[in-house]
Design a protein around this ligand. Structure first.
Ligand code: PLP
Length: 377
């Protein structure tokens, strides 16, 4: 026997003699329980870092309460009652709805029927903040111009640029004009701002997030991407995170409801691809500290999207009118993309929006959801 096998055999004898003091069942259970404990500790620490102490403790207490016999059953039954009520309400509203093609066509009377049905919609004019951004009557002024323009091009398919040249030109012009409002003419922008139109703020955000993910993959090889947004960020980022398999961190806002730069900084790690700031955010109408966030993004070499969906066509004019508007556009170092909605504040019907990128490199990895994609320069 060589010295190695002698040592192994020696080790075996002494280990067996040591373990013979314990019951076999204990020897089986201790490692299993240790594994279980380690697993629970790991999930607790992960939850703690994701949700913070308060939410973790609350979750823990709720789970403990549910262990009391009968409590979980009671909570589930109450939840089910709410679901049943919602479902029966929506089902009762559907009584009389057409669910199969009528055997004889309705002809132009369908328009009359649609008009009648529309009369049952609640009055929204001037009453639906954050829902409809256009005022007045559909048959008057600006509203009627928009409607006429839309009906003129309702049949177009912009995928076919050679046929719908007019639409291609309009899109490029809207993108260029929007970019010019948001700093593309300034030297600090780098002179390469480009973009395209989309079906709304959510789609612009989806495209910007996906571009950032793919750009950071090609630039830094990030394969398990994470992004950080303030608590006040729009729900479109939750959708983007789910669609594109990105881990989303929501960082708390400060006492003035602005993005807390330090809280965002705490979540940055080697997998971070993107941070987001809004100007302003949807829930409070507060402008985040875009310049500081841009500085943070540049210092870590990550993307920074500015959500100007709500403010993009207001802030440039408010600034011109002399209001003290902090920097919010491509003149800020570190901003890599911007979303800005043409359909907010009555410029166009829902949905039309523009997504802009700092340069072609960020944009080029984007795969197009929309049919069209034109640069502004
Ligand atoms: C700041 C902000 N971002 C994104 C969106 C999403 O825009 P949309 O409703 O056009 O998808 C909104 C909508 O109000 C918004 O206010």
């Amino acid at each position: 026997m060589d010295s190695c096998s002698t040592s192994i055999s020696h080790f075996r004898v002494s280990a067996n003699s040591f373990l013979s003091r314990y019951e076999p069942l204990a020897l089986l259970l201790v490692p299993l329980l240790s594994l279980l404990l380690a697993h629970s500790l790991r999930s607790f620490l992960r939850r703690l870092s994701e949700k913070g102490l308060k939410a973790t403790l609350l979750g823990f207490i709720m789970n403990a309460v549910k262990l009391v016999p009968g409590v979980k059953g009671y909570i589930d039954a109450e939840k089910q009652k709410v679901v049943d009520k919602l479902q029966s309400d929506s089902q009762s509203k559907r009584v009389g709805w057409t669910t199969e093609l009528p055997s004889t066509g309705l002809g132009t009377s369908v328009l009359e029927k649609m008009r009648e049905e529309k009369m049952n919609d609640p009055v929204w004019q001037g009453k639906c903040s954050g829902t409809v951004y256009i005022g007045g009557s559909e048959s008057d002024g600006h509203f009627s111009v928009i409607n006429e323009a839309c009906s003129m091009f309702a049949h177009t398919n912009p995928l076919h640029l050679d046929v719908f040249k007019s639409v291609a030109r309009f899109e490029a012009e809207v993108v260029a004009m929007t970019a010019a409002l948001l700093g593309s003419k300034e030297i600090s922008s780098g002179g390469q701002i480009c973009g395209n139109m989309t079906s709304g703020g959510t789609e612009s955000i989806l495209l910007a997030v996906k571009s950032s993910r793919d750009y950071m993959k090609s630039k830094k090889g990030i394969a398990r991407p994470e992004m950080i947004i303030p608590l006040s960020g729009h729900s479109a980022y939750d959708k983007a995170a789910q669609y594109f398999n990105i881990k989303l961190w929501r960082a708390p806002v400060d006492k003035n409801f602005k993005a807390d730069v330090k809280a965002i900084r705490r979540h940055i790690n080697k997998n971070t691809i993107l941070i987001v700031g809004s100007a302003p955010g949807f829930p409070h109408g507060i402008i985040d500290p875009i310049e500081e966030l841009g500085h943070l993004a540049s210092s870590f070499g990550i993307c920074f999207h500015v959500d100007l969906c709500l403010g993009g066509f207001v802030l440039p004019f408010a600034r011109e009118l002399g209001y003290p508007i902090p920097p919010f556009d491509f003149s800020v170092k570190g901003v890599s993309s911007i979303s800005v909605d043409v359909h907010k504040y009555g410029l166009a019907p829902k949905g039309t929006s523009v997504v802009l990128y700092r340069n072609h490199e960020i944009r080029k990895v984007r795969q197009c959801f929309t049919q069209n994609a034109y640069g502004s320069n």
